[in-house]
Write a protein that binds this ligand. Structure first.
Ligand SMILES: *[C@@H]1O[C@H](CO)[C@@H](O)[C@H](O)[C@H]1NC(C)=O
Length: 185
């Protein structure tokens, strides 16, 4: 790619120089030449990527819980304080992240228990459980999920309560429980 750019630059420059000398390289030819080379370069770039289209969609989100909660059975945790939501693929009103395009995605989640209580949450992909954390008592305890998933466009990822362990801790001054994710590529 760098070499092609260099050739184009060299051609344009030599053409320019030529024109001032003898006038044989007209601006019209110069432009046509430049456009041909530009479209050739774009085609080469497209083939290398395996596509002719440039999809620059990026997606990333992070959200935390503003308050402690006793979760309902199988409740999806709605991390309500949104820190980052590039491309708006995370919906804080449902707690669900929807993949905007096929790709490899990274997700993280940390949950803290209420004092001397237990919480169990799982990272779900559509209707499938993936991995879980189960921080227990005594005291306050935190569990963390780190996961990489290959998703199709429209796949849904969320954090859902499991079994009988429902006491999640957070507070607005210290955002102990959070969920985040982003498109790697
Ligand atoms: C948690 O988030 C709030 C804003 O919602 C912020 O004021 C506070 O400093 C954060 N706490 C920590 C420990 O980062």
């Amino acid at each position: 790619m760098r070499a092609v750019c260099f050739i184009v630059a060299a051609l344009v420059m030599s053409c320019y120089g030529h024109k001032t000398d003898s006038g044989s390289c007209t601006p019209k030819l110069e432009n046509a030449l430049f456009e041909d080379l530009l479209s050739m370069m774009l085609k080469i770039k497209g083939i290398q990527k395996g596509t002719n289209q440039h999809d620059e969609t990026f997606s990333a989100f992070a959200a935390s819980l503003t308050a402690s909660k006793t979760l309902g059975s199988g409740e999806i945790v709605k991390f309500d304080k949104v820190w980052t939501n590039i491309n708006s693929d995370y919906d804080p009103s449902t707690g669900v992240y929807t993949a905007p395009k096929p790709g490899v995605y990274q997700f993280s989640c940390s949950v803290m228990t209420k004092y001397n209580k237990v919480v169990r949450v799982l990272l779900w992909k559509n209707d499938m459980k993936t991995v879980a954390v189960y921080p227990g008592s005594p005291g306050y305890n935190t569990g963390t999920i780190n996961m990489v998933l290959e998703l199709k466009k429209g796949d849904k990822v969320y954090i859902k309560q499991g079994a009988n362990d429902k006491d999640i801790y957070s507070e607005s001054a210290y955002n102990y429980s959070m969920f985040s994710g982003y498109l790697i590529r």
